[in-house]
Design a protein. Structure first.
Length: 301
């Protein structure tokens, strides 16, 4: 029989809830934790994952903040209509998430921008600058320097010519090997990366019709660089307090995409971490600590 004793370790007592709300006929799944009266942190995930990428961060913030992480259409536990039933563009993903924030009653929020979360989140910020209290940017690009590398070359060719051959050539990015690579490239210790990550992601990518969804979004990503000047102007004009926590060894969004934020932001905390694309997997404790310190300063002013 084990006897439980009091210790000096104090852990926050939180309960992550798993909910679904209807948006334009779609089931949008989200994870939620924390008191609704507390400042809200909206966590926007990247490709090819979902709110699952925030599974450890959510309860680590939920004692003090209202933390919400939705899955986009086609990702995670949200509805995944076919490309014939839903137009998979970043404009539409942002529109769904905008309606989601209104449906769940967000008035103001901080946004965690990661990978695909950046083009979704910056669209929200541009539309509702008065709602954004701060930004947390983790390998989320808003500058041309961030996509000037080898990874993006075949995708940029697809933007120029959306033909079947170029699209089929990108299907290799949807394989198990590619998914593992996204999680492990650039990390210090591959043994720190849980196989539960690709074990969660790959079966969702392998669903019938999901490759077509992802190819549509690869193509739609080409709509983002023309908007970079608007996003940068938003940063210069509104000066949202911003925390950069960037995996500097990321071969997709390398550190070259992090430095330009310094040009446009005055209230900026800047941290390059010695890890890869999914920085939370290896440096979750570091990032959590930095977020708590950052939000503690910014949201209590």
């Amino acid at each position: 029989m084990t006897t439980l004793r009091n210790t000096a370790i104090k852990l926050p007592i939180t309960q992550v809830l798993h909910r679904t709300v209807k948006i334009d006929g779609l089931d949008i799944f989200y994870r939620e934790d924390g008191p609704k009266a507390a400042p809200t942190v909206l966590l926007l995930h990247g490709f090819p994952t979902s709110s699952h990428m925030f599974r450890n961060l959510i309860p680590a913030l939920g004692d003090k903040y209202h933390v919400v992480a939705p899955d986009y259409p086609g990702f995670g536990n949200s509805s995944a209509p076919s490309v014939n039933e839903f137009d998979y563009t970043f404009d539409n993903l942002a529109n769904v998430i905008d309606k989601f924030t209104e449906k769940v009653g967000f008035k103001k929020y901080s946004i965690y921008l990661m990978d695909y979360g950046a083009p979704v989140g910056f669209r929200l910020a541009l539309k509702h600058p008065e709602r954004v209290q701060s930004l947390i940017v983790q390998n989320g690009n808003a500058y041309g320097e961030g996509i000037d590398n080898e990874f993006w070359k075949p995708i940029k060719e697809y933007w120029k010519d959306r033909n079947k051959d170029k699209g089929d050539g990108l299907r290799s990015l949807l394989t198990l090997d590619a998914t593992k690579w996204q999680y492990t490239a650039g990390v210090r210790n591959v043994e720190a990366i849980s196989p539960d990550t690709w074990g969660h992601v790959q079966p969702l990518l392998d669903r019938p019709g999901n490759q077509e969804i992802q190819l549509a979004l690869f193509f739609s990503y080409g709509s983002n660089p023309p908007l970079y000047p608007q996003w940068q102007e938003y940063l210069r004009k509104h000066q949202p307090p911003t925390l950069i926590v960037w995996g500097k060894n990321d071969p997709i969004f390398p550190a070259a995409g992090a430095f330009p934020y310094k040009r446009d932001l005055k209230n900026l905390e800047f941290h390059l971490l010695d890890t890869g694309h999914f920085a939370l997997e290896e440096d979750g404790v570091v990032i959590t600590t930095l977020i708590r310190e950052f939000l503690g300063k910014q949201l209590t002013k």
